[in-house]
Design a protein around this ligand. Structure first.
Ligand code: ATP
Ligand code: LTN
Length: 324
């Protein structure tokens, strides 16, 4: 069975973009593949995190996976820092990565602008650690949002380069992006992706928002000066709202257009808000029913499975490179 690997950083409140662009897709794929899902805490610390919050967020991200339908019987779920082979392989891959390859990365450029007081070396070599995550497990497919495709490209380059230099060692992975969910945009600015590190909370719908907050945020979401609910690139705000509706309710964007053709934005927005609330309520109920201890147990089982695979791969890497 082919392997999938993906991860999310415990760096803020997970939002609908994370769910629709990544997790929803994982839930569907876990039946067809051998899945590994990681909480990538070592990636999160490339921007400053408060220790207590990081600890809690790590558990919360794992809980979100479970509440969204990732089944620990089918999927391996673990925390990146608990399997130190990730950092070991990242170091090794750093030595075959060229600086210009990292300088090109959009996420690095964006994040170093946002954090210009702390452009640390970890932020710069972030994609190399991500490559290590993926390559340790002979991953075939990496399901992510579109913003991560550039990082998968560099992973492919490093896998090929290592194989060429030291002999066949790594599987070259492919990205897997869901078209409509690939980029959920900010509710306050449809030109930027919905982001957990956005300055304003009206940018995103958090998976922990209560019904009234959701209604308020959707009411406030920017649209345009027209009145027509039309799915088109020249209406990015409405297009984004239709995409959210479409993905949550499994209806095609064109059908949504038909339903709301002669209706107002306000009516469309009210229905969209209720669709989101209808998704969040059972999700949050499930989430709240899972105890932290239960999550920790699942993460420990996951760690054992991941560690076994990672150790084997690292033994091969060390031998190929002549490391005693
Ligand atoms: P930040 O914006 O703070 O960098 P993030 O919200 O992008 O964080 P990540 O942990 O970097 O969150 O991403 C987790 C997963 O969610 C990735 O697969 C990413 O591609 C996906 N994702 C994040 N934001 C969106 C979005 N707006 N639309 C679709 N997918 C997204
Ligand atoms: N860089 C990704 C998170 C991430 C990841 C991974 C995703 C780290 N390692 C391995 C897929 C596979 C992000 O910022 N969303």
């Amino acid at each position: 069975m082919k392997r999938i690997f993906s991860g999310i950083q415990p760096s803020g409140n997970l939002h609908l973009g994370n769910y629709l662009g990544a997790i929803k897709n994982w839930v569907e794929l876990q039946n067809k593949y051998d899945p590994i899902f990681c909480v990538v805490d070592l990636h999160a610390i490339t921007v400053p995190q408060k220790p207590k919050e990081l600890h809690q967020k790590t558990i919360e991200v794992a809980k979100t996976y479970l509440a969204a339908g990732i089944d620990p019987e089918k999927s391996t779920i673990f925390v990146q820092s608990r399997v130190p082979e990730h950092t070991e392989l990242a170091w090794i891959l750093n030595t075959i990565t060229k600086l210009p390859e990292l300088e090109r990365m959009t996420q690095f450029k964006d994040k170093s602008q946002q954090n210009n007081q702390n452009i640390n070396a970890g932020l710069f070599s972030y994609p190399v650690l991500m490559a290590a995550d993926i390559l340790l497990y002979d991953t075939n497919v990496v399901p992510v949002g579109e913003d991560q495709v550039q990082h998968i490209e560099i992973t492919r380059t490093l896998a090929r380069r290592f194989n060429q230099m030291f002999g066949e060692t790594f599987t070259v992975p492919e990205p897997h992006v869901v078209k409509e969910g690939m980029r959920i945009m900010g509710l306050d600015d449809p030109t930027k992706k919905m982001s957990k590190s956005a300055e304003s909370a009206s940018n995103y719908i958090s998976l922990s928002d209560d019904p009234d907050t959701v209604r308020e945020k959707i009411k406030k979401a920017v649209t345009d000066s027209e009145k027509e609910v039309r799915y088109s690139d020249d209406k990015p705000a409405i297009k984004n709202l239709i995409n959210i509706y479409s993905l949550l309710d499994n209806i095609k964007p064109k059908e949504i257009e038909d339903i709301y053709r002669d209706k107002r934005y306000s009516e469309f927005k009210t229905d969209l808000a209720e669709t989101i609330v209808g998704f969040l309520e059972p999700f949050q109920e499930k989430y709240n029913s899972i105890e932290d201890n239960e999550v920790l147990k699942i993460l420990e089982q996951g760690r054992i499975k991941a560690k076994e695979l990672a150790e084997k791969k690292m033994a091969d890497v060390r031998e190929k490179m002549g490391l005693l």
